[in-house]
Design a binder for this molecule. Structure first.
Ligand SMILES: [Zn+2]
Length: 62
């Protein structure tokens, strides 16, 4: 299984891995299972990506 685009989102308090995924222009709220703190995570702005189309030659990561 290839997941090269996924980023790891970690708790700012204890650096515990919250989840892996790809957030674009989104915001989510998740509770850390370790320290029980509610963490708000912001996705990557879509303009930070060159191109998201799968077969586009301008795509940075494949
Ligand atoms: Zn935590």
């Amino acid at each position: 299984m290839q997941t090269p685009l996924y980023q790891e989102y970690r708790c700012p308090n204890d650096n515990k891995l919250l989840f892996r995924g790809l957030l674009i222009d989104s915001e989510i709220e998740i509770k850390c299972r370790n320290c029980k703190q509610l963490v708000v995570l912001n996705g990557t702005p879509s303009n930070a990506w060159l191109c998201l189309k799968k077969d586009c030659p301008h795509r940075e990561i494949d």
